[in-house]
Design a protein around this ligand. Structure first.
Ligand code: SF4
Length: 326
C-alpha cells in the first residue's frame, strides 16, 4: 500500500514470478573464503515449501507453491562459482527434496549433475524432512553428497509436533532416521525447545528421544518468533509470564539464573553431547560455553519478542486488559 496525492492505494497480491531466466549473481572474487557450516556457498535451487511449520519463514516469504530453477541454470551458476575458486556447495531452498515438484526439474537428477561438477565430497544437502526420506532419495544422497543430513525433528512430543504444525509424527521420525542409517548416511537432528505451551512432560519426551536416537550431530535452538510466522503471532499474544523464554527456571538449573527455555536447551545440549555416535568430553570449558550459548540465545529471542510486540502493538499486559474488557 502507498499514498498517491494523499489517497491510500492498495495493490492486490501478485503471483510470485517464476525463477527461470534470472541472471547470474554478482560473485565476489573472495567468495571462496566463506565457510558457512562447512560450505563456501549455499545454492538456491527453488523457492516455496509444501510444509507449513509454524516457526518457519519460508512459507511466509515464498509461499507453499514450489518454484524450481531450471537445472541448466543451476549448473551454469555452479560453474561460475567454481571459476571463483568455490569447491564446496550446499543446497538451499527450504526442504531440498521439494525441488522439481512443480515439474521444472528432478531432485535426484540435479544432485547427480552438481555432484559431477564438484565431486560428491563437496556437495551437501543438509536439511530434510523425515517424511521425505524415501529410499531412492536417501540412496541418491549417499551417492552424490558428503553423506550427512540433518532432519528437522524439532520435538519428541506428539502434542508439540502438532502445535508446531510440523506435519510429522514421532513414528515417522524413527522410521526416517532408521532408513537413512540403513543406506549408510550420517544423521543429525534439529530440535526446538521453549515453544509456547511446551510442558515439562513434552520436554522430557524430547530428551528421551535424543537419548534413544543417538544421532551423529545436533542443532538445538530456542523457539524464535520470526516475523510473519504463526509462532510470532502466538508469542505476541502470550503474556511474558506464560512464555518459557521469559519464565524463571525454578528447578535444578535455577542457580544459573536461566529461564525455563534456556534451562531446557542447556539440559538437552548436555544430553546430546553424550547421546551421540561420537560423544563429546564434558569439560568445565565446554560446559561454560553451553551456558553462555543458551543465555545468548535467550537474550536474542527475548529481544526479538519485545521488538515484535512493540512493532505490532501487542504486549502481554495490554492483551490481558483487552481480554478482560471483552
Ligand atoms: S521448516 Fe522446512 S519443512 Fe517446515 S516450512 Fe520450513 S522449509 Fe518447509
Amino acid at each position: 500500500a502507498f499514498l498517491r496525492e494523499g489517497e491510500e492505494v492498495k495493490t492486490p497480491p501478485r503471483r510470485p514470478p517464476d525463477l527461470s531466466g534470472r541472471p547470474l549473481p554478482e560473485i565476489p572474487s573472495d567468495v571462496w573464503r566463506q565457510d558457512i557450516r562447512g560450505a563456501q556457498v549455499y545454492l538456491e535451487t527453488h523457492r516455496g515449501c509444501l510444509g507449513g511449520c509454524g516457526f518457519c519463514q519460508v512459507p511466509c516469504f515464498f509461499g507453499r507453491r514450489v518454484r524450481s530453477r531450471p537445472p541448466e541454470e543451476i549448473e551454469k551458476e555452479v560453474k561460475a562459482f567454481m571459476e571463483r575458486g568455490v569447491r564446496r556447495i550446499s543446497f538451499f531452498g527450504g526442504t531440498s527434496t521439494h525441488y522439481g515438484r512443480d515439474g521444472e526439474g528432478d531432485f535426484i537428477d540435479l544432485l547427480e549433475r552438481v555432484s559431477k561438477l564438484l565431486g560428491p565430497k563437496n556437495v551437501s544437502v543438509p536439511d530434510l524432512r523425515v517424511d521425505e526420506a524415501d529410499r531412492e532419495v536417501l540412496e541418491a544422497l549417499k551417492r552424490y553428497t558428503i553423506g550427512f543430513l540433518i532432519f528437522g525433528i524439532e520435538s519428541g512430543s506428539t502434542r508439540m509436533l502438532r502445535k508446531m504444525r510440523k506435519g510429522i509424527t514421532v513414528e515417522q521420525i524413527w522410521e526416517g532416521v532408521e532408513k537413512a542409517r540403513e543406506v549408510g548416511l550420517e544423521v543429525g537432528g534439529a530440535f526446538i525447545v521453549g515453544y509456547p505451551g511446551e510442558t515439562e512432560e513434552d520436554y522430557l519426551e524430547t530428551k528421551e528421544m535424543v537419548e534413544e536416537l543417538m544421532l551423529d550431530e545436533y542443532t538445538i535452538s530456542l523457539a524464535d518468533p520470526l516475523p510473519g510466522t504463526p509462532l510470532a503471532e502466538e508469542v505476541c499474544r502470550l503474556p511474558e509470564e506464560e512464555n518459557p523464554v521469559f519464565q524463571k527456571e525454578e528447578g535444578k538449573w535455577g542457580r544459573l539464573g536461566l529461564t525455563v527455555a534456556e534451562a531446557r536447551a542447556l539440559d538437552l545440549m548436555l544430553t546430546a553431547s553424550c547421546a551421540r555416535s561420537r560423544p563429546i568430553l564434558l569439560t568445565d570449558g565446554f560446559y561454560r560455553r553451553l551456558v553462555e550459548e543458551v543465555k545468548r540465545q535467550g537474550e536474542e529471542v527475548r529481544a526479538n519478542t519485545r521488538d515484535l510486540k512493540r512493532l505490532l502493538g501487542f504486549s502481554g499486559t495490554v492483551f490481558r486488559e483487552k481480554s478482560r474488557r471483552k
